[in-house]
Ligand binder design. Structure first.
Ligand code: S3P
Length: 170
């Protein structure tokens, strides 16, 4: 923790990155930032709108530039979007600039936490959310593992407990 003063949370939709990130930031006296929220702040539009107007491709370009910029900072806890690790550029940035924590989350938990959520465009399809989440996990889990310095399981534990678990492993 001495030189690497950033913590980057990666993991799928519904892993609890934002909630856990807020707890971590509070306990470690760091600044909390969320890449999706930052994109929304800068564009003045919500993520669903960005997908509608610019497609996933446009969103990914914004995501890469926001994460590159945020990782220049020091002393932040950053909750990244679940798909950000698909970019090798982003994986390299995260590894170079901080401690990467993968919140490993069972599919059933992801499904439960993203239910009734209209904010995530990738889940607003004809295909059941569970199938989408399984497909994404197949593609992305190896990438989360590859980029992670620390892996923490999130299941039944509260965000505060998971945050404490992370702190112990730093
Ligand atoms: C996405 C995850 C979302 C958001 C966007 C795409 C993904 O972030 O960036 O809807 O590709 O998994 P969360 O992981 O915070 O839900």
């Amino acid at each position: 923790m001495a030189e690497k003063r950033n913590i980057f949370l990666v993991g799928p939709m519904g892993a609890g990155k934002s909630t856990i990130g807020r707890h971590l930031a509070e306990q470690l006296h760091l600044q909390f930032v969320d890449s999706d929220q930052e994109i929304e702040r800068r564009t003045g539009a919500d993520i669903a709108w960005v997908f509608d107007l610019e497609g996933e491709e446009g969103f990914r370009i914004r995501e890469e530039s926001v994460i590159s910029e945020l990782t220049e900072k020091q002393g932040i806890v950053l909750a990244t979007g679940g798909g950000s690790v698909v970019s090798k550029e982003i994986r390299n940035r995260l590894s170079a600039r901080g401690i990467v924590v993968y919140l490993e989350t069972p599919i059933e938990k992801q499904v439960a936490r993203t239910q009734r959520d209209k904010r995530r465009p990738l889940l607003q399809t004809e295909e059941p959310a569970r199938d989408v989440l399984i497909r994404l996990a197949e593609e992305r889990s190896p990438l989360y593992e590859e980029v992670a310095d620390i892996v923490v399981k999130t299941d039944e534990q509260s965000a505060r407990v998971v945050a404490n678990d992370i702190i112990k492993k730093l």
